[in-house]
Design a binder for this molecule. Structure first.
Ligand SMILES: [Zn+2]
Length: 141
């Protein structure tokens, strides 16, 4: 387990800001970037991707998460999120998706000037449905 001091928050915020530049948000014009930190130090980024059929849109956090999982990376310690707003905490859907992999994930809410605020997924989403919540120990693989 990485200690909070070991998490390169500034680098994560820079990575999320860079990912934000690749946002595909022609409808809302609200650009969001996310940078996930895996336990092995790998940083995986994502941006929000808006689709003309709006319900198909995917947030930056889940874009990064699904990219990481598709690369075989599933052990995360932190995520930074940077948007056009002052701070953008993960939405409910992203909180659930992130909690499946680490309900104690560190959340870094970055700003355009590089400053940030730290919090945890556990404080933003204290009682998630988890893979271990399935009855009879039937945890999906
Ligand atoms: Zn989201």
């Amino acid at each position: 387990m990485k200690r909070t001091d070991d998490i390169p928050a500034e680098e994560l915020v820079r990575s999320a800001r860079s990912a934000r530049e690749r946002s595909h948000s022609p409808y809302s014009k609200f650009r969001v970037g996310a940078a996930l930190l895996a336990r092995d130090g790998t940083i995986i980024t994502g941006c929000n991707v808006e689709i003309s059929s709006f319900s198909l849109t995917c947030c930056a956090e889940r874009t990064a998460l699904f990219t990481a999982v598709s690369r075989g990376i599933k052990d995360f310690v932190a995520v930074a999120v940077v948007s056009d707003a002052e701070e953008t905490p993960p939405c409910g859907a992203c909180r659930q998706a992130l909690a499946d992999f680490n309900p104690n994930l560190e959340i870094i809410l970055g700003r355009q000037d590089g400053t940030f605020t730290r919090t945890t997924l556990g404080s933003l989403y204290p009682k998630p449905f988890l893979p271990t919540s399935f009855p009879h120990g039937n945890i999906p693989q």
